[in-house]
Design a protein around this ligand. Sequence first.
Ligand SMILES: NC(=O)c1ccc[n+]([C@@H]2O[C@H](COP(=O)([O-])OP(=O)(O)OC[C@H]3O[C@@H](n4cnc5c(N)ncnc54)[C@H](O)[C@@H]3O)[C@@H](O)[C@H]2O)c1
Length: 395
Amino acid sequence: MSSPKQLKVGMVGGGGGAFFAHPHQKAIHLDGTRRVVAGALRTRPEAALEDAANWPYPIQGYGSFAAMIDAQANLPESERLDYVVVVTPNFAHFAPALKAVEAGIPVFCEKPLTLNHHEAVQLKAAVEKANVPFAVAHTYLGHWSSRLSRHIVCSGLLGDVRWVDASYQQGWLAGKAEESGMQQAEWRTDPKRSGASNCGGDIGTHALMQLRYVTGLDVSKVSARLEVFVAGRSLDDHFTTYCELSNGGKALVRASQIAIGHKNDLSIEVNGSQGTLIWKQEEPEAVRILLPGQPDRVYWRGEVAGNDGFLGDLPEDLMAEPTLPSGHGEAFHDALGRLHRDFETDVRAYNAGQSFSCDGSKYANVEDGRIGLAFIDAAVSSSAADGSWMTLAAE
Ligand SMILES: NC(=O)c1ccc[n+]([C@@H]2O[C@H](COP(=O)([O-])OP(=O)(O)OC[C@H]3O[C@@H](n4cnc5c(N)ncnc54)[C@H](O)[C@@H]3O)[C@@H](O)[C@H]2O)c1
């Protein structure tokens, strides 16, 4: 690490009963090399300042994200934010992310990247112009087992990818949670704050990203059905896409919020011409490999060695990842922490005036975020056209 100083992080969102700001702040602090020092935690300035004053440790509160970002220019360089985390509802990602990027501040932004594809294209252009590190918080890429899965599939150990089933099943919106005063359900089911798809945008994009990350393939076309099972909702609570992949393979990318009993059941199965890979986020320490005529193999994090008759040499950076000893479970916070750790590497390089990779191999980048919105757009159009095939927009 080039500098022992802790990176300083500013949060946009996180006050007033927020959910995901809290996993972020835990993940930021996981290594001791990053800390949250500032926050614009809510929309209303007085409430934002009050919540900052009541944050569990001292942070500088700001009444708005604009005030927080504008203030940076007047601070001595050693006190400026090293990056900003945007963890607001979907409609409130674009403005703070754009403002930070234009001020030259790296951004770690929540998914889906923006409210719509048009905003995503603008944001991507701004990131390229400013040449700042930019991450999209597809948490599950940060599991060590996701990285092993990517290595296995992308290095061809399962042969050609023929079929992928990427699925994210939840049951928490099987009833009208949005009428119970639950803020997370309220904004997700509101098209103005959520976007053109609720279920697809919220968790279908995670399933898509898992597919793209593990296989290294893109979805080129979709035939989709967005369905509403809970009467009175205007956005989908069940999302199914049949996809064509960039190598000619096929896939299902699907998600549900009405699958009672399913919690955060994200899974991926990849059927290659020589074998199958199965990974489940609710059991994130294990990768299952099924090979014809052989006993099934289960690779547990911390117990994987190369050259075992299936795996060849394993990449040095994969084996050098800091992890807990096997059997001491790593899970959600560790995965998000790994993304922040890899982002930190790029931010430190940026601060030192060096080149940084931000290439999607360690965390999702702005182009991955844009593709998520292109996928949603294509799925929404396809569903409206009775499942007709739609091509994902290139830009
Ligand atoms: N990566 C993941 O695994 C994951 C998991 C859950 C949620 N998310 C994403 O995180 C984001 C937030 O979701 P959540 O469930 O935490 O929502 P939430 O409703 O719990 O929290 C949203 C927060 O944003 C604040 N806020 C809203 N507008 C703001 C503004 N203009 N300025 C400052 N603060 C503002 C709210 O006051 C609140 O603190 C969403 O985009 C969601 O998709 C990602």
